[in-house]
Design a protein around this ligand. Structure first.
Ligand code: NAP
Ligand code: MG
Length: 485
């Protein structure tokens, strides 16, 4: 039974202190019941100023950047250890504020801890190189931290998304200012406590919640940040890149997708169904790399539809706190607004002539639920085939020839991930070469991990997170040339 009682009010964390917000408080709801859960301090532009100044002071002091990387790496890993040591409390709070089943919260916290482990381990592996210039010179490169890393976090995986950027930034010797999502900021308390417990000095880690248009905009446009990391929607990404351009600082943008899996006639369907379960119903489909389009060979479309409908209808939907164990269950969406938006898209798909094979309705409960949904008979011009739903809604399209399947998959403004299910390795490789996405999954959606680079083509953004690639977001290369007398 749940044992955890949330606090009534959560503060921001600036320069090593827990503080109130200049923009008063935000009420955070429990998506599983629709009722208010707790209050969170809300930052204004002056709070962002104070946090950036603290991060700058800490960076300039050299306390992190001058440290031997192995020591910094151990501190980064200790943040993850703290999260794991407190996983029971954090998981309950995350479920209460984000709506996901309790077991999914555990998976998220383990994922967050894994980022701190991975990037902690990478800290001492970043090495420059020596460039030969003939006998009169020695020349070498070094990597220096950029300085203050600004990170704006979405609500779908608040802890994991924070861990992803923060771990790599700290491992490379930067300080961070994090804008947590207004819809589910509360578990960030534990990240602040973890950073303190790991020995990070005041100013190294600052975490502020606030409204995106105020605190988020102030942070991304701040003249004293050195870099911005953003995950969220395309319009907000464009606003952030525009603000970063004014200050001539780089940004990493991860802006979602409309990712497609191509299912060939010879696919192993047991395997496919398992991938669909994770691909579109994990986190109620609120995943940037969700498998939101299934492009199925017409010869097996009937059987695939039947099996996916059975899967969708097998999921028990309800409050995440009552769903502690991994299994056939799904939680709430993050907010009434997101749920109604997704339900509206399903209704418009029906009007456009698609066939709602199952779901599409909001169960008659107080929380922000949407039944697991499968839409068949989708054509590539429909809104449901083109726009990100960010909910538990799978669109099925059919194809005859491989080249047609690839054309449908690539007919998208987005290009985050893609997949192919087949027993034919040659066919899989032909598809993998031609799909215009940053990552391709063959026979398992989400094949990969913290170690594998992640990021999009086209409007899915630019830059890569995860893996060793991401370390490069947080460093400048300096070349030092020495003339020998
Ligand atoms: P969003 O507006 O892009 O929000 C993402 C983050 O950016 C939040 O922390 C938000 O603050 C902040 N933000 C909003 N406006 C800002 C601004 N002008 N300057 C700086 N920061 C700003 O996304 P959303 O409204 O939460 O969701 C809308 C849609 O975005 C979803 O339906 C989905 O399609 C997509 N989305 C994608 C991902 C992903 O993983 N790629 C994640 C979330 C959403 P607040 O906390 O105030 O919102
Ligand atoms: Mg928003």
């Amino acid at each position: 039974m749940p044992t955890f009682e949330p606090q009534s009010y959560y503060q921001n964390y600036v320069d090593g202190q827990f503080v109130d917000g200049g923009a008063d408080r935000i009420v955070v709801d429990n998506p599983g019941t629709g009722a208010p859960l707790a209050e969170q301090a809300s930052a204004n532009a002056a709070d962002i100023d104070a946090a950036v100044a603290a991060a700058r002071r800490c960076h300039e002091s050299g306390v992190l950047s001058a440290m031997r990387p192995v020591e910094r790496g151990r501190m980064v890993r200790a943040i993850g250890d703290y999260l794991l040591a407190n996983i029971d409390d954090i998981a309950q709070l995350l479920t209460l504020e984000a709506g996901k089943p309790l077991w999914e919260s555990v998976v998220e916290i383990e994922g967050a801890a894994r980022y701190f482990e991975y990037y902690g381990n990478q800290a001492e592996t970043l090495e420059g190189r020596s460039i030969p210039l003939g006998k009169d010179y020695y020349d070498f490169t070094t990597y220096e931290p950029r300085g203050v890393s600004a990170q704006i976090i979405p609500w779908n995986y608040p802890l994991e998304m924070t861990a992803r950027g923060m771990a790599a930034a700290l491992a490379t010797g930067n300080t961070v200012v994090i804008k947590s999502p207004e819809l589910d900021p509360l578990t960030h308390l534990y990240i602040a406590r973890a950073a303190e417990a790991a020995g990070f000095p005041p100013g190294a880690v600052n975490i502020l919640c606030g409204v995106g248009s105020e605190a988020g905009a102030a942070l991304s446009a701040h003249p004293d940040i050195d870099q911005v990391v953003f995950t969220g929607s395309v319009p907000t990404g464009v606003a952030i890149a525009t603000a970063a351009a004014q200050n001539v600082v780089p940004c990493v943008l991860e802006l979602g997708g409309k990712s497609a899996a191509i299912v060939c006639a010879d696919a192993d369907l047991d395997n496919l169904i398992d991938s669909v379960r994770w691909g579109i119903y994990f986190n109620a489909g609120q995943v940037c790399s969700a498998m939101s389009r299934l492009i199925v060979h017409e010869s097996i479309a009937g059987e695939v539809r039947e099996r996916i409908v059975a899967l969708a209808e097998s999921l028990s939907v309800g409050p995440g706190i009552d769903r502690p164990e991994f299994g056939a269950n799904m939680g709430a969406m993050i907010s009434k607004g997101q749920r109604d938006r997704a339900a509206g898209m399903v209704a418009r798909a029906r009007e456009a002539g698609a066939d709602i094979a199952t779901g599409g309705v909001a169960p008659d409960e107080a929380g922000f639920f949407l039944a697991p949904t499968v839409i068949a008979g989708v054509t590539r011009d429909m809104e449901i085939a083109r726009s990100e739903v960010f909910g538990p809604v799978l669109s099925m399209l059919t194809y005859k020839e491989e080249s047609e399947a690839i054309a449908i998959a690539n007919d998208s403004d987005y290009g985050l991930v893609g997949g192919v299910f087949t027993r034919d390795i040659d066919g899989a490789m032909r598809v993998a070469q031609r799909i215009r996405t940053g990552q391709v999954f063959v026979n398992e959606w989400y094949a990969g991990g913290v170690e594998t680079p992640f990021g999009g083509y086209k409007k899915s953004g630019y830059g890569r997170e995860k893996g060793r690639e991401a370390l490069m977001n947080y460093v400048q290369t300096k070349n030092i040339g020495i003339r020998i007398g």
